[in-house]
Design a protein around this ligand. Structure first.
Ligand code: TRP
Length: 453
């Protein structure tokens, strides 16, 4: 379809892959994945998660990139072209979801900044136990000034990179940040598995206990797969819209998904051995990273150094994800409203900062303000997006592409000279049948069950 010629493009295939992997690898991998695995039977959860990635994650990833490059549009423009009429709403829902996720994502991104400071100044390396670590964390997230300041700084860093554009900003930065992230991760793994007593953590992580698997765990793994791969709201449609016609989508998508999965698995390899080595248990839930890891760091030699490295890692991961979320909103404003890039970035950044303030205050000043069914603003935004908006979005993406637009018109977007015709058939089958059905069950079951609980 048409290309105005002024639209930015990824400078190289590897630039696109790293930027997309940067979007995928985020707090979801390093903060969420390990605690979910810890709560849900270790290796058994990991296997289930891998199954979701292959059955559902990869096909939807391909679908989003295909839609993006085929239309060369923001999500709203893309759905106007491939669906038209009411289907355009799917695009609007995506942009809105981007806004909503950013309101709390930026707050947690701010926590990582705060913890870099705490680690570098020795406050983390010297905690005496879980109680002290918890009180540091609670005091931190209850303090309105620090919360808003760090939320602001995280947003500012995001805006700074998005402002520089696709090839000069996002691509350039992710090319530096992503290798850094993997190097830090590897350093932490080496440290972790060489601690005395690390084997217990490794075996928890690598030997599956299938007795822990139940419906809730299955559904949790599915939701996590979606969030972690940045699917369901048009982030990959947006990134795909800047992809040159020359590039192969099938193999690119496989590489992006592999990098994301690798990062999640490696994050577990860094965390569990260290956790077991210092005699702690893994089922600590969301507090795992911020409450438990400081204790682990304080018990290892040069703990402050490793703590600083770890939270730097978490910050980098969060930053390369948040730029993709903001880019969706920005692309919408520049494509649909013809806003200047500058105006779009600054307006989106300011709006997200303001909408994020209630999330920043959700653990302190506004902790008793319940939005819906007893949820704070922060929890509400988290649940609304992860449980409802992303799976519904993913389902509609698959249905619109598979049934409304028709896959025939997009098959050439996959690898033109591919030898993997059977892979393409499996993909088509998944987009038309398997993905809509599986996702409908997530929305139905997971949605009703978790929101009420
Ligand atoms: N995938 C990121 C993570 O794992 C978060 C993220 C970035 C995201 N962009 C997204 C999630 C788009 C859903 C949709 O932390």
């Amino acid at each position: 379809m048409e290309n105005q010629g002024t639209r930015d493009q990824w400078g190289s295939r590897i630039g696109f892959i790293l930027a997309a992997a940067g979007s995928a690898v985020g707090l979801g991998n390093i903060w969420k994945f390990p605690y979910l695995a810890g709560e849900n039977g270790g290796a058994a959860f990991v296997l289930l998660y891998l199954a979701c990635i292959v059955i559902l994650g990869l096909p939807i990833m391909i679908a989003e990139i295909v839609i993006g490059r085929h239309t060369e549009k923001d999500p709203v423009g893309a759905f106007r072209l491939i669906g038209g009429g009411r289907w355009t709403i799917v695009g609007y829902m995506g942009v809105l979801t981007g806004f909503f996720i950013m309101t709390y994502y930026s707050v947690v991104g701010g926590w990582t900044l705060g913890y870099i400071v705490k680690s570098a100044t020795g406050a983390i390396g010297s905690v005496s136990g879980t109680a002290m670590s918890e009180s540091i964390f609670n005091a931190f997230i209850q303090d309105p000034h620090q919360m808003i300041l760090y939320h602001f700084l995280f947003m500012a860093a995001t805006v700074f990179i998005v402002y520089r554009g696709i090839s000069n900003g996002i691509e350039k930065w992710t090319k530096v940040l992503m290798p850094m992230l993997f190097i830090i991760l590897l350093i932490l793994i080496v440290r972790s598995v060489t601690l005395p007593g690390a084997e217990k953590g490794l075996s928890f992580y690598l030997y599956p206990d299938f007795s822990k698997i139940n419906t809730k765990v299955v559904i949790e793994a599915l939701g996590q797969c979606f969030f972690s791969l940045s699917l369901g709201m048009g982030a990959m449609i947006t990134y795909g819209s800047f992809l040159s016609r020359r590039e192969k989508i099938l193999s690119s998508a496989i590489q992006i998904v592999t990098l994301d999965t690798l990062a999640a698995i490696l994050a577990g390899m860094a965390i569990f051995p260290a956790l077991f080595a210092v005699g702690m248990t893994p089922e600590k839930g969301p507090g795992l990273t911020f409450n438990v890891l400081p204790v682990v760091f304080s018990k290892m030699p040069y703990g402050s150094v490793f703590a600083t490295l770890f939270f730097l890692l978490l910050f980098i991961a969060a930053l390369t994800s948040s730029i993709s979320l903001v880019q969706v909103v920005v692309t919408y404003a520049t494509d649909e409203w013809k806003w200047s890039h500058r105006k779009a970035v600054l307006t989106a950044g300011t709006l997200i900062f303001l909408l994020g303030i209630p999330a920043a205050l959700s653990f302190g000043a506004m902790k008793d303000v319940k939005i819906f069914l007893g949820n704070t603003y922060f929890d509400f935004m988290d649940k609304l997006t992860t449980i409802y908006m992303l799976p519904i979005g993913g389902m509609l993406i698959a249905i619109c592409l598979g049934w409304k637009y028709g896959l025939e018109k997009t098959m050439h977007e996959l690898d033109p000279d591919t030898k993997s015709a059977s892979l393409e058939k499996i993909w088509a089958l998944t987009i038309k049948f398997i993905a809509p059905l599986l996702l409908a069950s997530i929305v139905g079951y997971f949605g009703i069950y978790r929101m009420i609980r």
